[in-house]
Design a protein around this ligand. Structure first.
Ligand SMILES: NC(=O)c1ccc[n+]([C@@H]2O[C@H](COP(=O)([O-])OP(=O)(O)OC[C@H]3O[C@@H](n4cnc5c(N)ncnc54)[C@H](O)[C@@H]3O)[C@@H](O)[C@H]2O)c1
Ligand SMILES: O=C(O)C[C@H](O)C(=O)O
Length: 313
């Protein structure tokens, strides 16, 4: 089993480090375009191994894709993060070029790899990787829903005064302010969340979740990495261990939920073949309306990418 993480910045290095801590792989390859970055972080991670008691070695590489050959899973985190005042969509032109060229190199050396995209704007960068990889959409998908759901669960745990471990939730839609947390599908150890929290508090938490990425950008001047890196690692583990975990992921829809030819966050089953199933929940009218709004926004930004491709063709 071989895993490559492209981009040894905050998210990529965290993802590789979390995978090393899980200790089920021999090696994680970490690649960056900037000389020394992946090598330095890999060395640091290896020096943590005797302390934290793991044997997975992270190998750092500068841009030599031959060393990533025959990866089973590749996580793409290369690209600019946003700064305060920016939206994720503002990153489209820079990151589309990066994601396209990285995906082409990955496809050349690891034609059978499952590709997990993390770079923003997430839904559209996943589409960009899908176009560049020219492979089954079940093997090209994006990480966002696990992170967004984790934020929602963490905020609920704070409010209810319980462990975040006991909160189960699902969230759908694009990775942006139009994402759709689903209180009807949120429980606390089996108890409907609405029995433990007032409607006003729940509405406030949903709103905070939607702008959860921006909250961190405003605090740090760059975007989050601990939870995003761990979320991507959780997807890698589910695939390589064929766990059949159910997670919200950014998946290519071919009619599910009434949408076609769009990447959007939906619940899926993750296993050794990538996305093994898209789960279709019964949404009520309000939920459908919110999901439609979110899909419309994602489609608009996908159209910008298609337009950029026509101009550059
Ligand atoms: N999907 C999500 O939920 C989510 C969460 C957090 C961050 N992100 C996104 O992930 C991306 C990375 O964020 P970060 O905080 O790690 O940024 P970062 O700046 O810390 O790291 C990005 C790394 O990519 C590298 N890079 C740039 N071009 C490259 C190329 N062509 N090939 C290889 N490496 C290249 C850079 O040298 C840098 O080390 C951003 O686009 C950010 O918006 C997404
Ligand atoms: O908010 C960002 O720009 C990064 C990421 O998408 C996040 O949600 O943390």
């Amino acid at each position: 089993m071989k895993v490559t993480v492209v981009g040894a910045g905050n998210v990529g290095a965290t993802c590789a480090n979390v995978l090393a801590h899980r200790d089920f792989l021999q090696e994680v390859v970490l690649l960056d375009i900037k000389e020394g970055t992946a090598e330095g972080k890999s060395l640091d991670s290896w020096q943590q191994a005797p302390i934290d008691y793991y044997s997975t070695k992270v190998t750092g590489i500068t841009n030599d894709y031959s060393k990533t050959a025959d990866s089973d899973v590749v996580v793409i985190t290369s690209g600019l993060p946003r700064k305060p005042g920016m939206s994720r969509d503002d990153l489209i032109s820079t990151n589309a070029n990066i994601v396209k060229s990285v995906t082409e190199s990955i496809a050349q050396y690891s034609p059978h790899a499952v590709i997990i995209v993390v770079s923003n704007p997430l839904d559209v960068m996943t589409y960009c990787a899908y176009l560049a990889a020219k492979k089954d959409s079940k093997k090209v998908f994006g990480m966002a829903g696990i992170l967004d759901t984790a934020r929602y669960r963490a905020f609920l745990a704070d409010e209810i005064g319980c462990s975040p471990k006991d909160i189960q939730a699902i969230l759908m839609g694009g990775h942006g302010d139009t994402m759709v947390p689903l209180p009807r599908y949120t429980t606390v150890s089996g108890i409907p969340v609405t029995e433990l929290i007032t409607p006003d508090k729940l509405t406030a938490i949903i709103q905070r979740t939607k702008v959860g990425g921006g909250e961190i950008v405003n605090l740090l001047g760059t975007s989050a990495w601990y939870a995003p890196g761990a979320a991507a690692a959780q997807m890698v583990e589910a695939i390589l261990k064929d766990e059949k975990r159910i997670f919200p992921c950014c998946a290519w829809l071919t009619g599910e939920y009434g949408f076609k030819d769009i990447y959007l966050g939906v619940p899926v089953v993750l296993g050794k073949n990538g996305i093994e199933k898209i789960i279709e929940l019964q949404l009520n009218q309000e939920e459908k309306t919110l999901l439609n709004e979110s899909a419309l926004h994602v489609k608009e930004v996908m159209d910008v990418l298609d337009q950029m491709k026509r101009v550059n063709a």
